[in-house]
Design a protein around this ligand. Structure first.
Ligand SMILES: NC(=O)c1ccc[n+]([C@@H]2O[C@H](COP(=O)([O-])OP(=O)(O)OC[C@H]3O[C@@H](n4cnc5c(N)ncnc54)[C@H](OP(=O)(O)O)[C@@H]3O)[C@@H](O)[C@H]2O)c1
Length: 266
């Protein structure tokens, strides 16, 4: 039986795309997460907390390639450090890590922790590959839905996003994981660059709502960095195919089908 590939965070938004692609390529998969999942069809689950578990080696042992996708609101730098230490002891030969476009340029605590997570991988002494991806469609949708719950929506001026399909990010990660260690690879972003105001308009139209808006300015250095586009993909980036409009139209269609009456909420 072939050596399994370890996917940390294999139960998350991105991981749920990655795991079946690895299976389709013929690789057994071991998924690491805190809550675990259903084992079967070539996929096994191990439960571990990358932030708190004292010994992660047993979860990694017997694996050559690790795709590190697990992430959260806080502590991704520490999680990566813990994973790297265990991966070294377990003899991993390729560590693939997903990060965020702009991690090296946007001065926010969360972005700094993503950059420090990258550094843990780069300085690990293990053969490594890092892919920085833009915001997934799913995340942008969640962000807009949260904003649209407010009676008056604050819209940060100058903030632009390049939403990308999580399935396309997964496909690229699998390609990288199955190839030779590649170091820092070109950013991966969606095909369009959209202002948040524009994204909100599309979301409100698709969900049949209206909301008054109030422009706000993101303060400080982070605000300036966003207005200067520090969160956007660098020249030479890989550009995804699926557009935000296509994603949104399909989601609206599905939501309409679930409601079954085409009714719209206000
Ligand atoms: N979402 C985006 O737009 C975006 C864009 C670029 C890069 N990324 C990066 O891509 C990665 C995956 O994002 P995602 O949207 O798929 O995240 P997600 O849906 O929140 O999934 C996170 C995954 O990580 C696991 N996890 C979280 N904390 C863990 C811990 N301490 N120990 C072990 N497992 C843990 C979760 O499972 P349990 O909760 O069961 O532990 C889950 O499987 C993250 O590193 C994220 O920063 C995301």
């Amino acid at each position: 039986m072939a050596t399994p590939i370890l996917v940390t965070g294999g139960t998350g938004t991105l991981g749920r795309h990655v795991v079946p692609l690895l299976r389709a390529a013929g690789h057994p998969v071991r998924v690491l997460s805190r809550r675990g999942g259903r084992t079967g069809d070539g996929v096994t689950h191990v439960t571990a907390d990358l932030l708190t578990d004292a010994d992660l080696v047993p979860a990694i042992r017997g694996v050559d390639t690790v795709l590190h996708l697990a992430g959260g609101a806080k502590g991704d730098d520490r999680a990566a450090g813990n994973l790297v230490r265990a991966a070294r002891r377990a003899g991993v030969t390729h560590l693939v890590h997903v990060s965020v476009v702009g991690a090296d340029r946007v001065p926010l605590a969360w972005m700094r922790s993503k950059l420090d997570a990258e550094r843990a991988v780069v300085d690990s002494g293990l053969p490594w590959t890092v892919l920085r991806a833009a915001q997934f469609h799913d995340l942008v949708l969640t962000m807009l839905a949260t904003m649209a719950r407010l009676p008056v929506v604050p819209v940060p001026g100058g903030l632009r996003l390049q939403p990308v399909d999580a399935g396309e990010v997964a496909a690229r990660l699998v390609e990288l994981a199955l190839g030779a260690p590649a170091g820092l690879t070109p950013d991966l972003a969606g095909p369009g660059t959209h202002g948040v105001d524009e994204l909100l308009t599309g979301y409100l139209t698709a969900t049949g709502r209206r909301r008054p808006r109030v422009p706000v300015r993101i303060p400080g250095r982070a605000g300036r960095a966003y207005r200067e586009g520090a969160n956007l993909a660098r020249p030479g980036a890989t550009v995804g195919v699926r557009t935000w409009d296509d994603f949104l139209a399909r989601r609206a269609q599905r939501a309409g089908a679930r409601r079954g009456d085409g009714a719209r909420r206000n």
